[in-house]
Design a protein around this ligand. Sequence first.
Ligand code: COA
Length: 415
Amino acid sequence: MSKALDGVRILDFTHVQSGPTCTQLLAWFGADVIKVERAGAGDITREQLRDITDVDSLYFTMLNHNKRSVTIDTKNPEGKLVLEALIQKCDVLVENFAPGALDRMGFTWERIQELNPRMIVASVKGFGPGPYEDCKVYENVAQCAGGAASTTGFDDGPPVVSGAQIGDSGTGLHLALGIVTALYQRTQTGRGQKVLAAMQDGVLNLCRVKLRDQQRLERTGTMKEYPQYPNGTFGEAVPRAGNASGGGQPGWILKCKGWETDPNAYIYFITQAPVWAKICNVIGKEDWATDPNYATPAARLPHLKDIFAEIERWTMTKTKFEAMQILNKYDIPCGPILSMKEIAEEPSLRKTGTIVEVDHPTRGKYLTVGNPIKLSDSPTEVKRSPLLGEHTDEVMTELGYSPEQISALRTAGAI
Ligand code: COA
């Protein structure tokens, strides 16, 4: 079966996490992704957090599936010529170097346009134009600068970063959307363009509801669904909301049977208004369905702590899966807190290709997260990540280099 991005060639100059997640997605959609790395070293993540000596780390393998790897020293004059040939052949150049690195290599936007006016140049940077535009940025810096850390955690504790890599993988997703959009526009204009996804912007986009709350707070001085209401105090900025739901239906994380020994024996429970009477029935508080202090969402807001304490008395008598089964029967929105071990072993996620087992020549079998976006006409087949420079000769041959030229470039240290 053909793939959505068949025929699209990506010159992948990405490293670490943010950029590679973007190009991996494009590869899963069928683009030919040619990853350029430095000979002898490669993407730094190949050797970071290794669990097997001298074998590409899971960090690298899980972010670079379905790509080809070529080694080019882009600071070597002959290496630069190879890169120029690739720029002329590819549709998109994706990079997430520190600010200015591509220019310092001699590949400014103007130079790239000279070589290939149809080229889309897509970049992840930590910050957009402004006071921090020259800064190097990693995941947690973006979570802090994008509003996630100040709004995550509990009121009486410090800011907390999330386990979800919203700065890196989140920005990679934003960039991928920018790239396919630019490819679509190119079908009309025939021109390439620059695509920028700044990590601060990406995180802020994912924290949109917190900017909503900032403005609500400034107007009304309070937010009734936050745990600070009614007995705590609100300051000038959106406070950390603990496990309160980000939407209009109050929710909280509640203990389940076994919580004393299992750190994940918890369930997320949402007191959705339309099923309030059913919630009251399930937990044995039928009178709350008609009691004026509890019957309406507005009446319940000052009592949320007591309500969740009462519901928790019920959830603590069930495992998270038993509670889930019972609550689902009544359409009460809830979700078990799943550990990574439980997720890795979940058969339904294997079945949909969301968790995939991949075989690697030096690592053997390992698990990865497959493509979370499913296209009915462009199914994803997850293929192992490339070894460093595995496709250098293949790609060089496609560019028209003879075996003798390839060997001379290798001797000169250009590839
Ligand atoms: N041949 C020759 N040189 C190469 C090369 C190649 N194939 N590939 C990379 N290089 C060079 C670059 O040109 C750069 O050289 P310069 O500093 O002389 O200009 C150098 O390698 C290092 O690149 P840099 O991006 O600065 O790497 P770093 O390890 O110092 O910084 C980051 C890493 C992630 C902090 C930085 O790249 C960054 O801020 N990126 C943008 C934001 C981002 O994506 N962050 C999240 C990463 S998950």
